[in-house]
Write a protein that binds this ligand. Structure first.
Ligand code: SF4
Length: 225
């Protein structure tokens, strides 16, 4: 199989509850959303493989990625983007020689069904302030994705909520209640550099029904990829 991949690198996981673990990152091209805080390039004709020091022309073959996964000494493989669920068939074709970690916007339920075998799911709950079109419909699909890729004994699923300085607290709270039974915990992640006062307020409300942590993007503070 083939897929368009923008970069491959090893680094620490900078977000969520596995923060600090060393991972192999496979960053796919393309995304079905257009969040206003997005800092990820979504298209590239070339795939920069920092692990092998090579630049490949897109698309990249799964055999190439498999070799990198098999030889990597990292804790796990992070499939990120862009949106990795757009490449669900490609991910499914890979042999899981180490744990698979999926970083997804949780808006493509039919693709999510193909990736029930992953070990970790860092799933987004997008807030209205992200500026996404047809927000209600996207939210509904997010609830479905969390049901499909819910936390189990075999799969650790948590929900990440990226928050700007100002957001509708009640709306986020009510959406979180819809998915609380499907996740191990919630991670409130401030948009880098934004004010955190409202986020700590929301945390105090959410810990009434679920483990809720405030974790910033640690890799940005360390100045690493
Ligand atoms: S889901 Fe992620 S990659 Fe897609 S637009 Fe939003 S922030 Fe960017």
């Amino acid at each position: 199989m083939i897929a368009r991949i923008s970069e491959i690198f090893e680094s620490i996981q900078g977000e969520g509850i596995l923060v600090g673990t060393l991972q192999l990152f496979i960053r796919f091209c393309g995304c079905n959303l257009n969040c206003n805080y997005c800092d990820t390039p979504k298209e590239s004709d070339f795939c920069k493989d920092y692990v092998s020091g090579k630049v490949l022309k897109n698309p990249v073959e799964s055999e190439y990625i498999q070799r990198l996964i098999d030889s990597s000494k990292t804790h796990s493989v992070s499939f990120t983007g862009g949106e990795p669920l757009l490449h669900a068939d490609f991910i499914k074709s890979l042999k899981k020689s180490k744990p698979f970690y999926l970083e997804t916007n949780m808006t493509l339920p039919e693709s999510a069904k193909k990736l029930r075998f992953v070990d970790f799911v860092a799933g987004d709950l997008k807030v209205r302030e992200a500026g996404i079109e047809r927000y209600e419909e996207v939210l509904e699909r997010t609830f479905r994705c969390f049901r499909i890729l819910r936390n189990t004994k075999k799969r650790l699923t948590f929900c990440k909520i990226v928050l700007p300085s100002k957001f509708n607290e009640d709306e986020v709270y009510n959406s979180a209640i819809q998915i609380k039974n499907y996740v191990k915990c919630f991670v409130l992640q401030p948009v880098f550099g934004s004010d955190t006062e409202n986020i700590f307020k929301l945390q105090r409300r959410m810990i009434e029904f679920s483990d809720t942590r405030v974790i910033p993007q640690v890799h940005k503070y360390l100045g690493v990829r």
